[in-house]
Design a protein around this ligand. Structure first.
Ligand code: NAD
Length: 470
């Protein structure tokens, strides 16, 4: 199949490279001159583990190429995927569809033959039908079939997610679109991926409903963590205990500073607006949005309280800036509001993130001092805040950390450290939903201390499941 992918960002680049890898002939069209230049020079403009090798192998094999112009690229194309951004529209939370309709117009103008136009971007219900009207009006001479094929990959694990998805959703009423997409995804179907074919509206809604449900799960465990702190329970044990119920499942039950990232905040907002306009408001999703916003806004206050009520003049090390590990994406990252508020309250911030510091410079205040490594960040710090749980931070030795820092306050917003080990090293250690002393009792019962495991007749499962949005 000959495929054009419009947009070479986190989704377009990964999807395009993966579709090429499973045997399709793919051209990725990128309009941003910097991203396009990087791609042409063999550089990957975003950070995604394994993507550079996948892109270079497929460009070398002649299945993947890049272009900035549509005319040549669209000749004889079987399917055009739209993978452009749909950020929140400023002011009202609706999805901003400027890029989607802009790209669709450009595609319609450049096509020389009939094709299938597929929305991979996350778009509100009804967008597919509006696109169908638009392209029919612009190109009455062509048969342009419309399909929705929402993407569920998570940054940081995107290649694996694309290649071995839980499901592929195809929303269309066109038999030709069904046949073309069926052929494109046939190699994934061979490895037992479910391909779900629905109407346009259902496919569009499945994406928003999935993200909102996951956001709800995170928000639930975050509130549960707050309750645990008040009543002396451990959110680790509670999350683990409820996650063993197969109707609930173990994933997305790790508490933290509130969900962020390029999808959940904007998608929950957009679903809320879609439902309000349809006259069927989703009160649960509305509550999730407001609880999460309040949590993110309140995180800095929690840190300040742990620092004795003031951070004025204090040196605070911040480890992790991106919204999750294994990505350089800073969109709606919890670190943004935390760092802004700490600086506004007079703190000096020394930050380190393994790959996100380039992207962090724009949303964070200029006065942030970016460090070469963990040591430079924590050296002489009065307090340490762990905001993103990069694996590299998990290996930090509490004793080493205690020697490096001047103060003894650690606020671990991702529960990466062992509470007991931190306390024995001398820290005033604050984590999320894990009251002091409780972990000791539960650990005595652990089959493998430090690594909660449940051994069942069906194998071993751990509670360290990925807890992050796309
Ligand atoms: N990031 C994720 O993990 C993820 C996961 C699932 C779904 N999504 C959805 O996928 C869509 C894309 O997200 P993203 O994170 O890849 O965004 P992104 O901003 O990283 O990438 C979009 C790219 O499209 C390019 N572009 C815009 N208009 C164009 C045009 N007319 N021609 C060519 N290129 C154009 C932009 O320059 C940009 O590089 C969004 O709707 C998002 O909600 C994202």
């Amino acid at each position: 199949m000959r495929i054009a992918m419009i947009g070479g960002g986190y989704v377009g680049l990964v999807s395009g490279a993966c579709l090429a890898d499973i045997g399709n002939d793919v051209v990725i069209i990128e309009s941003d001159p910097r991203r396009y230049a990087a791609l042409c020079q063999g550089r990957i403009p975003i950070y995604e583990p394994g993507l550079d090798a996948l892109v270079s192998a497929n460009t070398a094999a002649g299945r993947l190429r890049f272009d900035s112009q549509l005319e040549n690229a669209l000749r004889g194309i079987d399917a055009v995927f739209l993978a452009v951004g749909t950020p929140s529209r400023r002011g009202d939370g609706h999805a901003d569809l400027t890029h989607v309709f802009g790209a669709a117009e450009q595609v319609a103008a450049a096509l020389s033959s009939s094709t299938v136009l597929v929305t991979k971007s996350t778009v509100p219900v009804g967008t597919g039908r509006r696109l169908a009207e638009l392209v029919a009006e612009l190109r009455p001479d062509l048969q342009i079939e419309i399909a929705s094929n929402p993407e569920f990959l998570r940054e940081g694990n995107a290649i694996e997610d694309f290649m071995r998805p839980d499901r592929v959703v195809i929303g269309t009423e066109s038999s030709r679109a069904r046949a073309v997409l069926g052929e494109i995804y046939r190699p994934l179907n061979l490895v037992k991926t479910s391909i779900l074919v629905t109407g346009l509206e259902s496919a569009e809604l499945i994406k928003y409903a999935s993200n909102s449900f996951l956001a709800m799960k995170i928000t639930f465990i975050n509130e549960m963590a707050d309750l645990c702190e008040k009543v002396g329970a451990s959110v680790r044990d509670v999350g683990y205990g409820i996650g063993l119920d197969q109707r609930i499942g173990p994933k997305f039950l790790e508490p933290g500073p509130g969900y962020g990232g390029s999808c959940f905040p904007k998608d929950t907002q957009a679903l809320m607006r879609i439902a309000q306009e349809a006259g069927a408001p989703l009160r649960l999703v509305e509550t999730v949005v407001s609880v999460n916003d309040a949590r993110k806004a309140g995180m800095a206050g929690r840190i300040i309280a742990h620092c004795g009520g003031s951070v004025r003049g204090k040196h605070i090390a911040v480890l992790g800036l991106t919204f999750k590990p294994d990505t350089d994406d800073m969109r709606d990252a919890p670190s943004i509001s935390i760092v802004h508020r700490l600086i506004a309250e007079g703190a000096h911030i020394r930050a380190f993130d393994p790959v996100g510091m380039g992207q962090a410079r724009e949303p964070l205040p200029e006065s942030v001092h970016y460090c070469r490594d963990v040591l430079e960040a924590v050296d002489g710090a009065d307090a340490l805040v762990v905001v993103t749980e990069w694996n590299a931070f998990r290996a930090i030795s509490p004793k080493w950390l205690f020697k490096a820092m001047r103060g003894n306050i650690v606020v671990d917003l991702r529960n990466i450290f062992d509470a007991e080990a931190m306390q024995s090293a001398g820290f005033a250690y604050h984590s999320i939903g894990r009251p002091v002393g409780h972990s000791r009792v539960m650990k005595a019962l652990d089959p493998a201390p430090g690594r909660r495991q449940h051994i069942s007749g069906h194998g071993v499962s751990t509670n360290a499941a990925a807890a992050h949005p796309c």
